[in-house]
Design a binder for this molecule. Sequence first.
Ligand code: IVH
Length: 691
Amino acid sequence: MPSSNTSSNLNPEQAEQEIEQLCQILNRYQYEYHVLSRPSVSDREYDRLFDRLLQMENDFPQAHRPDSPTQRVGSDLTQELPEVPHTIPVLSLDKAYSAEDLRSWIAKTSKNAGQSLSFVVEEKIDGASIVLYYEQGLLARAVTRGNGLVGNDITANIKTIRAVPLRLTQSVTVAVRGEIFLPRSLFERINAELEIPYANPRNLAAGTLRRVKSAEVAAVPLDILVYEGYFSSSPETHLEVLEALFALGFKINPHTAFYSDRRDLETLRERHPAWTFGKFSDIPTFLERARKNRRARDYEIDGLVFKVDELAVREALGFTGHHPRWAIAFKFEAPQAESVVENIEVQVGRTGRITPVARIKPVLLSGSTIANATLHNQDYVDLLELAIGDRVSVSKRGDVIPAVERVVEKNELGNTTWRTPETCPSCGTPLTRHGAHQFCENPKCLDQIRGRIRFFAGRNQMDIDNLGPETLDVLIERDIIRDVEDLYTFDPQVLLDLPGFGEKKVQLIREGLQKSKRQGYRNVLVSLGIPEIGQKVAELLVEGGYRDIDTLLEAAEKKDPALFTGIHGIGEKTAQTLIEELSRPEVRRRIEGLRKSGLHFSEEAPARQVILPQTFAGQTWCVTGSFENFKPRESAMEEVKRRGGRVTSGVTSKTTHLLAGPGAGSKLDKARALGAQIVEEADFLKLLASP
Ligand code: IVH
């Protein structure tokens, strides 16, 4: 047993022995806790032994073991996730969407096999697929699915998952497939703390597994269930493979079922009391029950996997290009919109930010045809392991922006995960990475200029009537305007020389430009397109005392973030960005030009506001959609606040009222589901008027 000697009293041999014992016992405790869910030791005792092991490993680094539980805490060092080949074929599954599809698949498979078969039925867990390679009982490599032939080596990250054995109970060489998942009960909590939240537990798990610091993976309570083992000498049935995996120390799903018209189910039931057993005629009832029960699990399941139990038959049936003929996924839901990624292009935004966009074969989704879907950034492409040619499912996030949710079928072209080009597709400047995104930092980049001008003139900014994106593009292409400040100095008359522009149209453009000059300071500030200065920050700055551009520019010149963080609601990051951006010569030049053209760069301090009766006290409002009387809709939020109400950007269980205008999307559904009161503009006006 581990002694309480200080390690300095030990000779290397004794140390090695004690380290081995500590590893063994701690690994057993972890196994009992994380695999069996049957802890046999107090947290305190566990921690005591763990600390002892840490100290011993520190004092005797040469005695460090590859199965040491201390590796589970991960490392802060940055790692690469190199591509490595798989030594087993990593295929996916054919699908059935109805009991009838499944019945005919069973009939066809039995006929092809020439015998009556037995089927093991497993839950199809919606997580991140992983292949664990063990050599002589030790975890040697953990590799993502990738394109099925090569994946990324994420061993250090996988080692942090407590339920993944670092050493098996026997010294075997085996490849094991499993699914890494994040328990549903933890998803919301963890996601809420992330800078960029994920759409679902699967993407959060997959994203976490690609972190470059394994210590950050260790902080997320990921779990695993394994479902396939590739042994050098296999047992005869899949059921025995699962038993062998369990005996080696893996976590196997207890919600497994077995259907057969030929095996003696009673003796099998004794071996697996928790499983479900039945004859083929019982399958339809089982499917219905499983569909109903899926919410009872603390992980997401999107179906059931039916697998031929007899391994010799599996061998005889073989594979098609991407799936085995001996297994099928019974899916609970009909496919969402699915399509093929025909190409991936990069867009350069007005701030220079690079966004990969999937060009997909057009597909109909809730009433509209989708041909493009955002991929956010390289990290998102990596977590999806997306390649050109892959079949994907797409959704409309927040009901508007189409997004690629997942890969449903890898391409058969051998394409590997797509990579962002090294240089800007618009101007050729080498890209630089800041945080999760890549940027083109050339202020003269044409795509950026185009984006900046479009944004400036756009509906929620300067709102320049009659000057839409097409006209702007013409002006930019002809070199008539080179940046936003040129909008007010060019002579619209020149457009008369171009096809499609007549006197009337040119006059309308003039009027649109003239009218836009009346926009208030806050809108002008937002229109400049300076990162971090959106409606909210502009409002905070103005109300925080920066009522004209000179005061703001002077503050930025002092390079003291406290001048901005002193305003409640403005954080360190925003302050730093303001200092940087407002000091840029091209930003200053732009401001000067616009000022000369007569745009508003200051705002009068308001007369003291009347204090209103606090009729909204205790209420939490959320505002969505657009309104006749509240433009921008923030002004509606202001009214709520003036009457003592709270305003949040999202609908939560705390939301008491949702002010909904035309164009309200998923927030409306969510508010309804949560029982919040839905208020339309007309009723809102009445509420404001009532004392
Ligand atoms: S069997 C050749 N069993 O579903 C064996 N897959 O569409 C193929 N999955 O990539 C896999 N639970 O990530 C199998 N019990 C289960 C599964 C399962 C989840 C995932 C796996 C695979 C995908 C297939």
